[in-house]
Design a binder for this molecule. Structure first.
Ligand code: ZN
Length: 410
């Protein structure tokens, strides 16, 4: 994707500021000549910023303005070790709310809506992001936070909430609970804004059918404001990204090379206006691709595909990049196959050998299943694998996201 003139100017301005104040980027970019950056290609030679760099700056090392300009911090939890602390200025907080309000508008939500917010409040960016955006829009906020299903449903009925903001798993839980209690007719929801987890089409359909609402995927990460830097529209063909606030690239996760539009790779983000903790070429580890062409909704903001997984989950076999969401999608199209699988790659006698173990429904014929899955894998993903059908519940489960891809080659 071509960098816009305006984006280039904003990046240059930001680089100038960052290299002339004593801050994280002055040290990181030490010695680069900002005036020598004349083109997108020059910009693409700048070093990446990694989550580890941010962690090393703990607690306030990322702060790029004098402390009196900082009005708030947020923190990304991180599964291991030291968290990352992101300081925000007044303008950062306003910009984030502005972007979030734009997300709501893209989803057809207005100041007449009553927005029921279930993501958590606190150090992380979820609840408060949903709230500030909704207030900017002028809608009525019902700031629930997570948990206490009894109270959630009560408020949802009494306050006649029209928009549900939730993670996909909590939305599903609420949908099932509403169905179980038979209170569907007392629920006035019309839209759902779903964030922060990867979720399959099956789950989306279940939530949307149970609640009778249209769902929108909201995207964001704490390091870059929080949720709200992009959202899907009515046409459900990727997420529009607010490219007047952030610049994004898709790179090969292994080589770091910028990929042609349409190819799946890692999303890399540069903030254009952020003051408290700006980021240059930040590796998100999220896998997606640029969707080319115009969106039928008429919104000209560029689009990325729904997040397909994390770069750590991607493996390259026989020159083909394989990631979990592809396997899930392929299995969803095979009758009798469940969504539970394990994909293993071994290096045997000089060759990469792939094995896909899949839980299949009772009563299906193993030989038929094996053939059907192998054919689907070959046609959808492009390589030949050994298929091992197993009974339901035979593959290991864990409370957390189960690990499904095992690369034994190295
Ligand atoms: Zn659109």
């Amino acid at each position: 994707m071509k960098m816009k003139e305006q984006q280039f100017e904003m990046i240059k301005q930001q680089l100038k500021r960052l290299t002339s104040t004593d801050c994280f980027y002055k040290r990181k970019l030490g010695g680069i000549d900002v005036d020598a950056i004349q083109s997108q290609e020059d910009f693409e030679k700048l070093p990446f910023t990694w989550k580890g760099d941010l962690r090393d700056a703990y607690p306030l090392g990322l702060m790029a303005v004098p402390e009196e300009e900082i009005v708030r911090i947020h923190s990304s939890s991180g599964t291991t070790g030291t968290p990352v602390i992101i300081p925000y200025t007044r303008q950062d907080v306003d910009d984030w709310a502005e972007m979030f309000a734009r997300c709501y508008k893209t989803a057809g939500i207005t100041n007449k809506d009553r927005i029921h917010i279930t993501p958590g409040y606190g150090l992380w960016t979820a609840g408060i992001g949903f709230q500030n955006g909704a207030e900017k829009l002028g809608a009525m906020v019902i700031p629930m936070g997570p948990g206490n299903t009894e109270k959630q449903l009560r408020m949802m009925m009494d306050m006649e909430s029209t928009v549900l903001c939730a993670t996909s798993s909590y939305a599903l839980l609420l949908a099932e609970e509403i169905a179980r209690r038979g209170i569907g007719d007392k629920i006035k929801l019309r839209k759902g804004v779903i964030g922060s987890e990867r979720w399959g089409d099956k789950m989306r359909k279940r939530i949307s059918t149970e609640l009778g609402i249209q769902l929108y995927d909201i995207y964001g990460l704490t390091e870059v404001y929080g949720p709200g830097i992009g959202i899907s529209c009515d046409y459900e063909c990727g997420m529009h990204i607010w490219d007047d606030f952030i610049y994004f690239e898709i790179v090969d996760p292994k080589t770091g090379e910028v990929l042609p539009d349409g190819e799946v790779g890692e999303l890399v983000i540069t903030t254009l206006r952020k003051q408290g903790a700006p980021l240059i070429r930040y590796r998100t580890h999220d896998l997606t691709r640029i969707i080319t062409g115009d969106c039928p909704c008429g919104d000209a903001h560029p689009r990325i595909d729904t997040i397909m997984g994390r770069t750590d989950d991607m493996v390259k076999v026989k020159g083909v990049n394989i990631f979990p969401s592809q396997i899930e999608e392929m299995l969803a199209g095979v009758n009798g196959a469940s969504s539970e699988y394990q994909f293993t790659i071994d290096h045997l006698q000089g060759k990469d050998v792939c094995t896909l173990a899949v839980e299949v429904e009772k009563g299906t014929d193993n030989a038929d299943m094996e053939r059907a899955i192998r054919t689907a894998f070959k046609s959808k993903i492009g390589i030949t694998v050994n298929v091992k059908p197993v009974g339901m519940g035979e593959l290991p489960r864990s409370e957390k996201k189960s690990k499904r891809v095992f690369d034994n080659r190295y």
